[in-house]
Design a binder for this molecule. Structure first.
Ligand code: PHE
Length: 429
């Protein structure tokens, strides 16, 4: 449940729809599904196996199982945790702000066709966006500092069903809007002429981001698993839950995007512009809006904790800092790095070679470092630590893992080759 809590977050509800919109809809969704089933699932299983065997964080696990240069993969994870959290907390801050806005004028303004203006005004307020960033980071630091992340798993057991429930209500509202069919067509009927190498790389990046892969989080969570747990089965559950939430979010967003004439390629604001309009067309819209953004905030929070835990665990284990020092020093540094992201969406700071700071941070982690991390993890279990990995995923031969051979060859050849090819063809700033 904790792993699912890390996976389900803003990646599903905020990032998935806007990336899908940007890269052309249904064809992107199909590629995404293929990526998740073939590469995502295999890398997740590999990470869990590494963690459960070594019973350590990512850097420590690689050092213990193989040594050499492998711990670098763990350090790449540290980098990703640091950078992703810096902008993730910004978006989590938007979510929190929208929670409160639900009871303010948001419903009225959305009904009057001004949801885009509300969003624009909010993200261009330099003080407010930075204050929300600081509030989110303060809570994240507080929880990790006191070492009470254990409660996360329990909160997931309530969060997941609630999130599913509210998404179902929203889907019903969205697909019954006049003009919704056009959106369903965009989202569900693939047009492969829209596929580009860049889009395929974006699908891989989204897969890694959404499943929290390629940066050692699942290694850390694997280290808490008992030796008799069925990891292939667990992997399937996490991947299905995460993918279901993303697909459902798309079913809410796209019918509404077309019904209300929002631009599907609007970028990071897509969810925040579209959803309030949907709520404004529902009875008790303010209540549903509040409930939804509150749930999304909790989902984002469980993911943020997992990101921060990676950073803090490494500074405890590798730099030999105390938990308190790690949480505070790293937390402050991440908050500082978040400030340019928070300001960039409103255009308050110059772009970096044509990308907003937030987009740049997102691009480097999701489209470069995480797929690279995933590739190295796949190669690690496929070629270097194969016997150990085999024993681990089959519980020393006790478990009949039907897809073992497929998994092994995906790790050995298919995943690394696909990622390499996609890099070569799709890596464009
Ligand atoms: N998977 C999380 C989400 O979809 C984000 C995340 C990425 C969390 C990487 C941890 C590590 O929102």
């Amino acid at each position: 449940m904790a792993a699912a809590g890390s996976a389900v977050g803003l990646g599903n509800v905020w990032r998935f729809p806007y990336i899908t919109g940007k890269y052309g809809g249904a064809a992107f969704v199909l590629i995404y599904l293929a990526v998740v089933v073939v590469i995502g699932m295999s890398v997740m299983l590999a990470e869990l196996a590494i963690g459960r065997k070594a019973k350590l964080d990512a850097v420590g696990s690689f050092r213990k199982l193989m040594g050499g240069a492998w711990p670098i993969v763990g350090w790449m994870g540290f980098f990703c945790g640091f950078v992703i959290l810096s902008y993730y907390a910004v978006i989590a801050g938007w979510t929190m702000a929208y929670m409160f806005k639900s009871f303010g004028g948001l419903m009225g303004e959305a009904a009057a066709g001004k949801a885009g203006d509300v969003f624009g005004a909010f993200v261009s307020d330099p003080v407010l966006t930075v204050v929300y960033l600081c509030v989110v980071m303060a809570v994240v630091i507080g929880v990790v500092y006191r070492g009470i992340s254990g409660g996360i798993e329990k909160s997931c057991k309530v969060l997941m069903p609630a999130l599913f429930g509210i998404l179902i209500i929203l889907i019903i509202r969205s697909v019954t809007l006049p003009g919704a069919t056009e959106g369903l067509r965009f989202y569900l009927l693939p047009d492969f002429s829209k596929v580009s190498g860049e889009g395929v790389l974006a699908a891989v990046g989204q897969g890694f981001f959404s499943l929290s892969l390629g940066m050692g989080i699942m290694i850390t969570y694997g280290s808490y698993l008992g030796n008799h747990e069925n990891m292939p089965h667990m992997t399937r559950i996490i991947v299905c839950l995460d993918t279901a939430v993303a697909i459902m979010a798309g079913l809410v967003i796209f019918p509404a995007v077309f019904a209300f004439g929002v631009d599907a390629g609007a970028g990071p604001g897509l969810t925040f512009v579209t959803l309030p309009i949907v709520f404004s067309k529902m009875p008790m819209g303010g209540f549903f809006s509040f409930a939804f953004f509150a749930l999304l905030f909790i989902a984002a929070f469980t993911s943020a904790i997992s990101l921060f835990e990676v950073v803090v665990t490494y500074s405890i284990d590798e730099l030999h800092w105390s938990r308190a020092k790690s949480a505070i020093v790293m937390g402050l540094a991440i908050t500082l790095l978040g400030v340019p992201s928070a300001l960039s969406v409103g255009g308050h700071i110059p772009q970096i070679f044509g990308k907003d700071f937030l987009d740049a941070a997102d691009f480097v982690t999701n489209n470069v470092v995480m797929p690279l991390g995933g590739m190295l993890i796949a190669l690690f279990v496929g070629w270097f630590w194969t016997k150990g990995a085999t024993d681990e995923v089959t519980n020393n031969g006790e478990l009949n893992f039907k897809y073992y051979t497929a998994w092994l060859w995906i790790c050995r050849v298919i995943a690394p080759l696909c990622i390499a090819l996609i890099f070569i063809n799709g890596l464009k700033w």
